[in-house]
Design a protein around this ligand. Sequence first.
Ligand SMILES: C[S@@+](CC[C@H](N)C(=O)[O-])C[C@H]1O[C@@H](n2cnc3c(N)ncnc32)[C@H](O)[C@@H]1O
Length: 259
Amino acid sequence: MIGATGPRLFRVEQTPGPAGPSLTPRTAVVWSVLRAELDRRPAAELTVLDVGGGTGGFAVPLARAGHRVTVVDASPDALAALSRRAAEAGVAERVRAVQGDGDALAGLVEPASVDLVLCHAVLEVVDDPAPVVSALADALRPGGAASVLVAGRAAAVLGRAMNGHLDVAAALAADPDGSAGPRDTLRRRFDAEGATALLAAAGLTVEEIHGVRVLADLLPAAVADGQPGALVELERALAARPPWRDVAAQLHLFARRPA
Ligand SMILES: C[S@@+](CC[C@H](N)C(=O)[O-])C[C@H]1O[C@@H](n2cnc3c(N)ncnc32)[C@H](O)[C@@H]1O
């Protein structure tokens, strides 16, 4: 079971550096949203749960910022890499790696014990996202927050079409789940409305929706690599604004369990 209290060590940095996460088009907008949540309780050591947290791209910086993070992931290899990364960062005692399934959190995490739950790039690969979201909501304390990142449907249709795969784009656009069929690596993709409904059905109130990678995947590598700072700033500027938000490669939903 997770849950602990104690002094907070230091903050997640706004800019890249040894104490903070590196900010890229994949991460900058999500960190901006998380940073605002962490800043609501600047002296608190939060209890964080990262479901499908993989190798700890978010878990380790959060631990470095002084929070206690449990990563529940189905993959033992990912958890082994997470443990190595946490040790290298000097935060092994703040990161707990648990092999388990996202829809069976009840036996791993005490209900209503978590301040912040992350579920990034997971709901598109699980058998059924509804029980996973329900488990996330149950793990949160009243007033606790959820950071949910899902694959965007519109971007996938546009991307396939721009690469000349018009048949795949058509299949993706027509499929109710936003999958291109059995050979697709993802089982489903989301639009803002569908993802909001999924979280609302679990009792979570969506407070913010941002697009992640509005432009990054569309640009020539020379542009993206040549102007990384400008690209991050432009991604930030567009992230909350439809129609750009809605054609992003991923949608980030920030939701809360009502207090
Ligand atoms: C695409 S990776 C995302 C990793 C990380 N959240 C990120 O954003 O970088 C998906 C992760 O979800 C994990 N996963 C897939 N299905 C899962 C399930 N049913 N329960 C828990 N973890 C799962 C995988 O092992 C993998 O580490």
